[in-house]
Unconditional design. Structure first.
Length: 277
C-alpha cells in the first residue's frame, strides 16, 4: 500500500487511459446505446434516486461517455453539462443528443485535471454525478477538489462504481453451491470469493467482449475511495447497493443476474459540509 489514498501514483497512465477510451468509443456507443440491462436495472435507478433531481436544476455529468445518463437527467427536467476525457466519446454524445437542444451540452475535459474542471465554473452546479467511471480514473484527488468548487454550497455529488468489495481485480471467484434438501429439492446458492481487496491496484481488463482495446481499471477499497472526498469536506448522506431481482433469465449461470444477494454496484451521495481538511 502506498501513501496515496486514491491511487495518485497511477497518474502516469492517464494519457493511455484517454487513448484507450478514444479507441473504444465507437464500439461502446454501438453496444451500450441508451444503456444495457446493468445500467437500466441497477445503475440508473440508484443514481436517479440519490440525485433526486428537481426541474430546472443544473447538473455536471463527469465522464459522460456517449451521454446516456445526461439524456436521462435532461428527460427529468435537468440542464446538463457533460464532460469526458475522450474526444470521440464526446463526439458520439453530441451526435446522440441533437434533439435536446441547449438542455444538454458536452465538452472534452479530463476529470483528473483540477484546473480544467474548475474552468467549468465555481458554484455553478446544483449537482454533479459520475457514472461507473471513477474506477477508470488514474487519480481522484483532483476530481474531489474540483467537484467541491463547481458545486453550489448546498449541492450534492453522486457517483457509482463496480462494488469494490465484490469485484476484486485478482483472484475473484464466483461460485454456485447446489444443496439437496431433505424433501429432495435442489437449492442453488450463489457466492463470491474475494482474496484481494485492501490494496489499491492498477490493472487492465475488458468490460464487454469484443471491445477493441483493454481498458485500465483502478481498484480502491471503500475506505480509500471515500476518504479522498471526506478530506475535501464532503460527508456521506446516501448509499445504494443495488442487486438484480432474479426475474430475468441470464445467458450464463455466473452472470450477475443470478447473484440476488450480492451487489455488483456501489452508488453513493456526498454533500459539501465543512472545510477541506
Amino acid at each position: 500500500m502506498t501513501d496515496s489514498p486514491s491511487g495518485a501514483e497511477f497518474q502516469h497512465l492517464n494519457d493511455d487511459v484517454r487513448d484507450k477510451w478514444d479507441a473504444n468509443a465507437d464500439f461502446w456507443d454501438q453496444r451500450m446505446g441508451e444503456g444495457n440491462s446493468f445500467h437500466r436495472e441497477l445503475v440508473m435507478p440508484s443514481q436517479l434516486a440519490l440525485l433526486n433531481l428537481q426541474d430546472g436544476e443544473s447538473v455536471l455529468d463527469i465522464a459522460c461517455g456517449n451521454g446516456q445518463f445526461a439524456r436521462q437527467m435532461a428527460d427529468r427536467g435537468a440542464r446538463v453539462v457533460g464532460v469526458d476525457i475522450a474526444p470521440r466519446m464526446v463526439e458520439n454524445a453530441v451526435a446522440r443528443s441533437v434533439d435536446y437542444g441547449d438542455r444538454v451540452r458536452f465538452a472534452v475535459a479530463d476529470a483528473t485535471d483540477a484546473d480544467a474542471m474548475q474552468r467549468l465554473g465555481e458554484d455553478a452546479f446544483d449537482a454533479a454525478c459520475c457514472t461507473m467511471a471513477i474506477m477508470d480514473m488514474a487519480s481522484i484527488e483532483p476530481l474531489s477538489s474540483s467537484v467541491r468548487r463547481v458545486l453550489k454550497p448546498d449541492g450534492r455529488f453522486v457517483f457509482s462504481v463496480m462494488h469494490p468489495a465484490f469485484n476484486s481485480p485478482k483472484d475473484l471467484v464466483k461460485t454456485i453451491d447446489r444443496i439437496e434438501t431433505e424433501d429432495g429439492k435442489l437449492i442453488d446458492t450463489y457466492a463470491v470469493k474475494v482474496s484481494n481487496y485492501i490494496e489499491s491496484i492498477a490493472y487492465k481488463g475488458i468490460a464487454m467482449l469484443g471491445q477493441p482495446e483493454p481498458q485500465h481499471y483502478f481498484h480502491r477499497p471503500i475506505c480509500e475511495l471515500l476518504n479522498v472526498f471526506f478530506k475535501d469536506g464532503f460527508v456521506l448522506d446516501g448509499i445504494e447497493e443495488p442487486v438484480f431481482s432474479g426475474d430475468a433469465t441470464p445467458n450464463h449461470a455466473l452472470n450477475w443476474d443470478n447473484f440476488t444477494q450480492i451487489p455488483p454496484v456501489l452508488a453513493v451521495r456526498l454533500r459539501p459540509y465543512g472545510p477541506a481538511l
